[in-house]
Write a protein that binds this ligand. Structure first.
Ligand SMILES: C[S@@+](CC[C@H](N)C(=O)[O-])C[C@H]1O[C@@H](n2cnc3c(N)ncnc32)[C@H](O)[C@@H]1O
Length: 286
């Protein structure tokens, strides 16, 4: 990530969610009613002009992003029913959950963790949309590649409270050390029963001789975005990976699982890219 650059990928993903929300209710995979408000109007207009082309050149990437958002929303709902007291959104970008899930206010402290430049742009947008930053949300600027999450504790995070960590669309952009450091913080500073949900890319997709179009384009775009794909996990190895890092009750959700779960009715024929997956896990007890 460039020090002073508002993440372009964060804006692109919010754009996908906003476009999904323009569809009729029954045809949407995810329901981010606020995404459109977080995007700069010119970026929105410009991005929409190219979304069809992006889908034709990289079929299923948008499908994965919308299904990922829906899965993580569903998991947040389950976690709220299970009594979490804290929600930590890692690499929050333009994630709107803190403002969209009304039941968080007064009940759950939300920590949005992100790269400083992106976070400061996000706060500006929150103030523009809502008039002020809501008092149940704490913003914690961190560079995952250079720091651990200790700053969360000084910001008021309580390791003794049951917590959900959402890490959406971030691990592919980090170093392996940053991913390990962040998971180690979660495993060692959260009460057992706390959970993490994140998505990842299969390592083979990054190292393939013949890379898929979206990977090649992300590599080329790095000159502009400063956000390169650097980290993947071997397909089928997530259980091993997370158990070794202090987690249990590990669930690996593949693109096929997401398709079967959400792509019904009008979305039955919609593509979902096969190189990504979602992992969900719980901090193991002693
Ligand atoms: C693809 S966006 C995803 C944003 C958001 N989670 C979502 O799904 O809409 C990637 C996010 O990761 C953050 N990020 C990337 N590298 C980072 C780093 N080294 N430290 C902190 N945040 C980082 C970016 O600032 C951006 O918000």
């Amino acid at each position: 990530m460039r020090k002073s650059q508002f993440s372009i990928t964060a804006q692109g993903i919010a754009l996908m969610r906003a476009m999904e929300f323009e569809k009729p209710e029954g045809a949407r995979i995810c329901n981010d009613s606020l995404a459109g408000k977080f995007i700069d109007p010119f970026f929105y207009w410009f991005g929409k002009c190219f979304a069809g082309l992006a889908e034709r050149r990289s079929p299923g990437v948008i499908g994965f992003m919308t299904a990922r958002c829906r899965y993580m929303d569903d998991f947040l709902n389950e976690s709220l029913a299970g009594g979490i007291a804290q929600l930590v959104i890692l690499g929050a970008g333009l994630d709107s959950r803190a403002y969209r899930f009304g039941e968080l206010k007064g009940r759950v402290r939300v920590f949005e963790v992100d790269h400083p430049a992106t976070q400061s742009a996000k706060i500006g947008r929150v103030i523009k949309i809502f008039g002020n930053a809501p008092d149940h949300v704490t913003y914690v600027p961190i560079d995952f590649n250079a720091e651990d999450l200790q700053k969360l504790i000084s910001a008021g995070y309580n390791p003794a409270k049951k917590t959900l960590f959402i890490w959406e669309g971030v691990t592919p952009y980090l170093t392996a050390e940053a991913v390990d450091r962040t998971l180690a913080f979660v495993a060692h500073n959260s009460v057992p029963g706390s959970s993490v949900v994140f998505d990842y890319i299969y390592a083979a997709a990054l190292s393939a001789k013949e890379k898929r179009g979206e990977i090649k384009r992300m590599e080329r775009a790095r000159r502009v975005t400063g956000e390169g794909l650097t980290f993947g996990i071997d397909q089928g190895k997530i259980g091993e990976f997370l158990r070794a890092r202090g987690f249990d009750r590990i669930v690996d959700i593949t693109s096929e699982d997401l398709h079967a779960k959400y792509f019904t009715g009008a979305n039955r024929a919609r593509a979902i890219a096969p190189i990504y997956a979602i992992a969900q896990a719980t901090v193991a007890g002693n």
